[in-house]
Design a protein around this ligand. Structure first.
Ligand SMILES: [Zn+2]
Length: 221
């Protein structure tokens, strides 16, 4: 435990300045949860090929492009980050499977609305280029190009909205633009996705209605 205590101290110090607004108690609890996760043999059981979004196809990303974790117990999830792949679906899958790529997102939404999951939501995917944002978010890629309005199809918007609504429902994430953000809005990024052709008003409207429908289903309405 000595090593764990030292780690807690250092991390608390590092986090201290940036954590204005986060209560000390909440922070301590988060750190304890994190330490608990670091003990061997206590991570959640995993089922090979399982997905977090019903209907998604599982294709595993290289383990080099993610960090195994136990979210939301070790890190709370309060953001969904929207990306655009700058390429086709197949090349996105391929690079996320490549251990040399150093990045992967949890999901890729294809032009035709097909959803592929490549990293479990409990794990930290390297998609935001920002450690803290990776730890707190789920990353959703969309096939296409930021500069091409035609990349973003009706089927894609609808499938992605259902996916994001499900993520928001699972972790109690508010459906608003503070919590559903573009990669471009991640602090320190030089990425511009999803770009000017991504219709945020339309997307948020779709997420909101999918979230309402999901909540009603959960209540048996
Ligand atoms: Zn991105």
């Amino acid at each position: 435990m000595r090593d764990g205590d030292r780690r807690l101290g250092r991390r608390a110090l590092l986090v201290g300045g940036a954590a204005a607004g986060v209560g000390t108690v909440a922070l301590a609890r988060q750190e304890l949860a994190h330490l608990w996760w670091r003990l061997p043999g206590v991570e959640k059981p995993r089922v090979e090929g399982a997905v977090d979004f019903r209907g998604a196809q599982w294709v595993a990303a290289s383990s080099a492009n993610l960090r195994r974790a136990d979210r939301p117990d070790d890190y709370g999830i309060d953001r969904v980050v929207i990306h655009v792949t700058q390429g086709g679906y197949r090349s996105a899958v391929k690079v996320f499977q490549d251990p040399a790529h150093g990045a992967a997102a949890h999901y890729i939404v294809r032009k035709d609305g097909h959803v592929t999951q490549m990293v479990r939501e409990l794990d930290v995917a390297f998609h935001a280029g920002n450690r803290e944002y990776n730890e707190r978010s789920v990353g959703v890629e969309h096939e296409g190009f930021v500069e091409r309005a035609s990349s973003f199809t009706d089927a894609m918007y609808e499938a992605s909205a259902r996916l994001t609504a499900g993520i928001c429902g699972r972790y109690g994430i508010p459906v608003d633009r503070e919590h559903i953000i573009g990669h471009v809005e991640v602090p320190g990024t030089d990425h511009t996705d999803p770009g000017p052709h991504w219709d945020w008003d339309r997307y948020m409207r779709l997420v909101r209605s999918a979230r309402t429908a999901g909540a009603q289903r959960a209540q048996g309405a």
